[in-house]
Write a protein that binds this ligand. Structure first.
Ligand SMILES: C[S@@+](CC[C@H](N)C(=O)[O-])C[C@H]1O[C@@H](n2cnc3c(N)ncnc32)[C@H](O)[C@@H]1O
Length: 205
């Protein structure tokens, strides 16, 4: 089962190193330019999180939460900004994205940051996970890409921290997948919407 972990409300007042703030600022410019060309790529599932808040929360997790290992995974990474932030904070960063144009953008982010991120062009859902959903229209479903876990020779329970930005109404599905496949003690961090992040830990029933 998943145990909620309260994130202090003042986490968004934590300082962000100027070098990271500058990278996030240029990332925002690139994302806006990409979104202006929507008719060319139709990456309608991509919405960018508040990366400053995600950084502040990751940094807080680093200092205050027990972790079972160092592997980090961004589910549906878009431009892979969060995976790069995780690398900055010394996690062993991995990221998965299904959309071809976004994989290209993620590669560019990782190269120019520069960051050490294991990026995979494919599906973040473990085999069997779609069956946990009662709603076949959820945006995370229906991506036919190859399984990243098979390609890496890893399972979801090899990751100590997973991050996702679920579409509205999809958060429970992401939690159900994590609860089914993650290791006991692993953490799931979700960007829910403006100024709202959710952190849970998988614990024994
Ligand atoms: C709301 S965006 C979040 C992007 C980024 N993680 C962030 O926080 O800014 C969700 C992303 O997940 C990707 N995605 C959705 N379902 C997926 C799946 N099953 N496998 C891989 N990528 C997926 C979409 O293409 C989209 O880029």
């Amino acid at each position: 089962m998943l145990q909620p972990i309260p994130i202090p409300s003042q986490v968004n007042t934590q300082p962000i190193p100027p070098s990271i703030a500058a990278k996030l600022s240029s990332m925002r410019t690139r994302i806006e330019a990409f979104q202006d060309r929507w008719d060319q790529h139709r990456a309608e599932q991509f919405v960018a999180a508040d990366y400053e808040l995600v950084y502040q929360t990751l940094e807080w997790i680093n200092r205050h939460q027990t972790q079972i290992g160092s592997r980090f995974l961004e589910w549906g990474c878009g431009f892979a900004a969060v995976a790069c932030l995780a690398d900055e904070l010394k996690w062993n960063a991995h990221a998965i994205e299904a959309h071809a144009d976004l994989i290209g953008q993620a590669r560019k982010t990782i190269r120019t940051w520069p960051a050490n991120v294991d990026l995979f062009d494919g599906n973040f859902l473990p085999g069997g996970a779609p069956e946990l959903s009662l709603d076949p229209t959820l945006p995370s479903l229906g991506h036919g890409g190859q399984s990243a876990y098979d390609a890496w020779g890893l399972e979801l329970d090899d990751f100590s921290l997973v991050y996702s930005y679920p579409w509205p109404g999809e958060d429970e599905f992401h939690e159900d997948v994590f609860d089914r496949y993650a290791a006991i003690g692993a953490l799931l961090l979700m960007f829910i919407g403006p100024n709202e992040m959710r952190l849970v830990r998988k614990v024994r029933r």
